[in-house]
Design a protein around this ligand. Structure first.
Ligand code: PAF
Length: 273
């Protein structure tokens, strides 16, 4: 992979990379299309990264369908699919871990303490292997985007990180490979996440800056549906993820962050207001 990428760079090609864990959907396709519009060579990586799953998580049952992925990536304008095996990425003797601190600590960091070390480590490898000029990530994983930006900034890595808007189903549910786990009944219920985000956005736009009020509305809206447990339903500074003890300042951007569980499936979503 790296030899191909280095040859392309020497030939003056701009390389756009879309890192994924496969089971591609329209959200991934939109990232590939964006990469296509900004690059000469588009590489999509498909790798279900064992390092970012805790032992109790869904690594072994994570959905996989390489044939379908190949078709979707091809139609969206991908030139090269990079699909390494775990043994190729992490051969015997591989011991490195990248731990970037800071923004990895709150929210996902509380519920998935080893997750972002796994993400930072694999993304560093993928960007180096593919020699990415630009790498494209979906805003649906808001905190992950911040982690990846910090990774390249802290380690002076020469890649531009491009964050693209969350793609949603017609009823508002954020597209995710994990949506396939939802039963038909829970798939309908899951639309409440987007409704909660929109309700909180309306409240903020009407002038509410008190964090407790905003977060209460998020939680109440979700828990009005049966079957949900909430990991977090939070409002934070959109640039730092810090949370004021009382109220947001007028000029502060606010990101609303949700992580909930429904029938064994963990769903996340967010909205920047
Ligand atoms: O967002 C994902 O699919 C993964 O976390 C990523 C960025 C491909 C790293 O494994």
């Amino acid at each position: 992979m790296q030899r191909l990428a280095l040859d392309a760079r020497r030939g003056g090609k701009r390389i756009g990379v879309v890192p994924t864990m496969g089971f591609l959907h329209d959200g991934h396709a939109s990232l590939i299309r964006e990469a296509r519009s900004q690059s000469d060579l588009v590489i999509t990586t498909i790798f279900v990264n064992p390092l970012q799953f805790a032992p109790n998580e869904d690594f072994s049952r994570y959905p996989r369908d390489l044939e379908r992925d190949t078709r979707i990536a091809d139609e969206a304008g991908c030139d090269v699919l990079f699909t390494p095996t775990p043994e190729e990425m992490y051969p015997p003797g591989f011991d490195a871990t990248i731990s970037i601190g800071g923004v990895t600590a709150p929210f996902e960091g509380v519920f998935r303490p080893t997750h972002y070390d796994g993400v930072a480590t694999v993304v560093a490898k993928l960007l180096t292997l593919t020699q990415a000029d630009k790498a494209f990530f979906g805003q649906k994983d808001y905190q992950q985007c911040m982690v990846v930006k910090k990774l390249v900034r802290d380690l002076s890595m020469p890649h531009d990180i491009i964050v693209c808007p969350t793609q949603r189903e017609a009823d508002g549910l954020a597209m995710s490979s994990r949506n396939v786990y939802l039963s038909p009944e829970n798939r309908t219920k899951a639309t409440v996440l987007h409704k909660a985000l929109q309700a909180a956005q309306t409240l903020i736009r009407a002038g509410e800056r008190r964090r407790a009020r905003i977060e209460a509305l998020l939680s109440e809206t979700i828990l009005a549906e049966s079957g949900f447990t909430i990991d977090y339903a939070a409002a934070a500074d959109s640039m730092t993820l810090e949370q004021p003890s009382e109220a947001f300042a007028q000029e502060q951007g606010i990101v609303l962050l949700l992580a909930v569980r429904l029938g064994g499936t963990r769903l996340i979503d967010n909205l920047v207001v």
